[in-house]
Write a protein that binds this ligand. Structure first.
Ligand SMILES: [Zn+2]
Ligand SMILES: [Zn+2]
Ligand SMILES: [Zn+2]
Ligand SMILES: [Zn+2]
Length: 161
């Protein structure tokens, strides 16, 4: 079973067994999801325990887990695309963030010399590329030699990890 199982409130006809607690549902409304019927209180997110009947009209299942949208996306969604390698980053993976970009941890390195950064290291974003301090200053120097007036536009974008 995969994501996006719809469910709806149905006025109860004959009592149905609840897919959660196994008791008959005598409430006026019951939920229908995953080919089973549920008490409104029994259809809960397996992660945060929120009642899925109050949480929009879509629930998500994966590997026998019933999840709310938020937890599903957190666990199985994606964070976005790595600004360095361009590949998808799964939502559960640790990422580095800088100036609105996200990076795989292993991709977060100077894109000129491959220097890996430690906590507290300075790095710079230059034309959306990560640079270490050394390469950044070198680039700044080159720019000021080639285009003496361009220096101002290559502003320092220093970020601390
Ligand atoms: Zn129940
Ligand atoms: Zn949840
Ligand atoms: Zn990457
Ligand atoms: Zn470097």
């Amino acid at each position: 079973m995969d994501a996006n199982t719809e469910y709806r409130k149905t006025a109860g006809l004959a009592p149905q067994e609840c897919g959660g607690c196994g008791k008959f549902i005598t409430d006026r409304y019951l939920l229908q999801a995953l080919d089973l019927y549920w008490h409104e209180d029994c259809l809960k997110c397996g992660c945060c325990d929120c009642r899925l009947s109050e949480n929009g009209s879509t629930l998500y299942t994966r590997a026998n887990l019933v999840l709310c949208r938020r937890d599903y996306l957190r666990l199985f969604g994606t964070t976005g695309y790595c600004a360095a390698c361009g590949k998808v980053i799964p939502a559960f993976e640790m990422v580095m963030k800088a100036k609105g970009n996200v990076y795989h941890l292993e991709c977060f390195a100077c894109q000129n010399c491959n220097h890996r950064f430690c906590v507290g290291d300075k790095f710079y974003l230059c034309d959306n590329k990560i640079l270490c301090e050394y390469d950044y200053e070198e680039r700044l120097l080159m720019a000021s030699l080639e285009f003496p007036n361009k220096r101002a536009s290559l502003q320092q974008q220093q970020v601390n990890i």
